[in-house]
Design a protein around this ligand. Structure first.
Ligand SMILES: Nc1ncnc2c1ncn2[C@@H]1O[C@H](COP(=O)(O)O)[C@@H](O)[C@H]1OP(=O)(O)O
Ligand SMILES: [Mg+2]
Ligand SMILES: [Mg+2]
Ligand SMILES: [Mg+2]
Length: 350
């Protein structure tokens, strides 16, 4: 079994290289390189490539570990010109960042599907990874925020989380990203259960200078009138109208800031926002583990609390879905009881 420091090192390297693949795509992305999945959500060559890169690192270093990743290579496998073009593009991107030898087409497809192909392991294993290769694909396509999110789950508990946010500026809650932000290195966040949460640049502007990690903490603000709430850009992912009513009940003055992806958890963890609300828009939507595993550990290790709208901790022990939870409320430990109460009053939860 590898030491935790080795696991941490490999997870960071995998996410850094996946971020590199995403960045190189953004500058060249053309419409034909986006697919709409059966659930109507978009997926790009960058999502496939980032999943291939991370899975390759994990499969090489931890061949016995199971992986639950968001994407599958199903749309790249058909023997059609469209699938071939897409697949070649993913292959080129992936091989540009992975160590040699280069992957073949078949190896690429199997690497993307590594989690599913080795699914038997997740039943036997006490530990597995979960990966969202690009969380916030809509943000990515707009040139705004997105995150590469990797987490290690052992016995149903998230133990390690690494989140790469290539477009995230330093200490700004601006929702749109400037050309300058896209050129900056962005931020990478690391959380280890019981060992704290840290921030560093995704890459060093100067390869000869070692990258420093800085510990991060949630905000110490206890004045709700001054609190900053963050929520999804997409009203379909979190109810903006319920959040507005909750904000009024709490006496919050500022408008919420809207941002795609788990970057919201990172902004909370580094004290830039006070409250993250993810309020259900549909009774039948069940959150997926890869959308919350990394972010929730980051906030907890930075001193915050993460629950669902019932006040229950997120339960990562039941497969790919958070089927025992509904919505998310995250904030500092001081503010959480008041926020939860306002959410429950507004949503008529007994
Ligand atoms: N109805 C929904 N409620 C909550 N989250 C959703 C919903 N539909 C999709 N999502 C997920 O929200 C995530 C983005 O969140 P955010 O709004 O915070 O950027 C995506 O991973 C997306 O999953 P998917 O990739 O399967 O579409
Ligand atoms: Mg998606
Ligand atoms: Mg995704
Ligand atoms: Mg996601």
């Amino acid at each position: 079994m590898s030491s935790l420091s080795e696991v941490r090192r490999v997870a960071i390297e995998a996410v850094v290289q996946a971020c590199r693949a995403c960045r190189s795509v953004f500058n060249q992305l053309v419409t034909g390189e986006t697919l709409i999945k059966s659930d109507r959500s978009p997926v790009t060559v960058a999502d496939f490539s980032a999943q291939a890169v991370v899975n390759r690192y994990l499969a090489t270093h931890f061949p016995d570990d199971a992986i639950i990743g968001e994407e599958s290579a199903q749309d790249l496998r058909p023997d059609t010109p469209v699938a071939h073009t897409l697949c070649n593009k993913v292959l080129e991107l992936t091989n540009a960042v992975l160590p040699k030898p280069a992957l073949t087409r078949t190896q690429l497809l199997d690497t993307i599907d590594w989690g599913a192909l080795s699914a038997g392991r997740s039943k036997r294993s006490r530990r597995h990874w979960t990966l969202d290769p690009i969380d916030g694909t809509k943000g990515f396509l707009r040139g705004d925020q997105y995150a590469v999110c990797l987490a290690l789950i052992i016995d149903g508990q998230v133990e390690l989380g690494v989140m790469g946010c290539p477009n995230l500026p330093a200490g700004s809650t601006a929702t749109t990203t400037t050309a300058q932000d896209q050129l900056a290195p962005g931020f990478l966040f690391i959380a280890e259960r019981g060992r704290g949460a840290f921030s560093r640049p995704v890459e060093s502007p100067d390869a000869s200078v070692p990258i420093q990690e800085t510990p991060i903490r949630v905000s110490g603000n206890t004045d709700l009138t001054q609190a900053v709430v963050c929520e999804s850009v997409e009203a379909a992912h979190s109810s903006h109208s319920d959040a507005q009513r909750i904000g009024q009940l709490l006496g919050i003055q500022a408008d919420p800031f809207r941002m795609d992806s788990q970057c919201k958890y990172a902004c909370l963890a580094r004290g830039e926002a006070d409250i993250y609300l993810r309020l259900p828009t549909r009774a039948d939507y069940i959150e997926k583990i890869w959308d919350h595993a990394t972010g929730s550990l980051l906030v907890e290790e930075a001193g915050g609390i993460v629950t669902d709208i019932y006040g229950k901790p997120l339960d990562f022990s039941v497969g790919s879905f958070l089927s025992r939870n509904k919505g998310v409320i995250a904030s500092s430990a001081q503010l959480h009881p008041q926020v939860l109460k306002a959410v429950q009053e507004t949503l008529n939860i007994e």
